[in-house]
Ligand binder design. Structure first.
Ligand code: HEC
Length: 161
């Protein structure tokens, strides 16, 4: 066999592997990490729809900022914990970071927020493209891309329904 004949399958394999890694990065790689201290988050709202129950929570600092009408600080995470028939199903997390919006083009960008879907074992859902999260949350531009920001200011310690 010529040397070229040996090399071609290797090149094809390498290109395939690079493509696969590239696709995964495209589908899923965002800057959002699973919250380190979720037990310190404040559960401020519960949303129920059929067999779905969502617990929405964030940090005490973010709640203070919203109540005072101040911008939500960089580093803030909001978490939507999604239960199905009482069993933990998944976590949706959005996180704001300095200049993070610049990772995306203007049409896709939602301020400086990035998004991620985590399974109960805290692994990310590789099949989700977080452009979908952004496209829906872009409708809430006036409320810093949060659906629950306005209600959040009514929170007095018992989760809102
Ligand atoms: C089709 C619209 C839609 C899509 C797509 C969507 N969301 Fe949301 N999101 C909502 C709505 C509406 C709420 C308010 C809670 C509710 O009504 O369920 C919400 C609430 C949230 C919250 C709580 C903070 C807030 O905005 O009030 C987080 C965190 C969140 N979503 C993350 C995500 C992530 C991560 C994704 C993608 C994996 C995503 N969302 C995709 C509509 C959407």
């Amino acid at each position: 066999m010529s040397r070229l004949a040996i090399r071609i399958p290797f090149i094809v394999l390498a290109a395939g592997a690079a493509l696969l890694l590239g696709l995964q990065a495209h589908a899923e790689d965002t800057r959002v990490i699973f919250p380190k201290d979720l037990e310190l988050f404040v559960h401020y709202m519960t949303v129920k729809r059929g067999n779905v129950t969502e617990h929405i929570s964030t940090t005490p600092e973010a709640i203070e900022a919203v109540k005072k009408g101040q911008p939500i600080p960089n580093g803030t995470q909001f978490v939507l914990t999604d239960y199905r028939d009482g069993e933990l199903y998944r976590y949706f997390v959005m996180e704001k970071g300095p200049g993070w919006g610049a990772d995306y083009d203007e049409r896709r960008r939602t301020g400086d927020w990035q998004y991620q879907w985590f399974w109960p074992n805290k692994q990310i859902n590789l099949k989700e493209n977080t452009a979908r999260c952004m496209s829906c949350h872009s409708s809430q531009k006036r409320n810093d891309y949060l659906f629950t920001a306005q209600r959040l200011s009514e929170f007095r310690g018992t989760p809102l329904e």
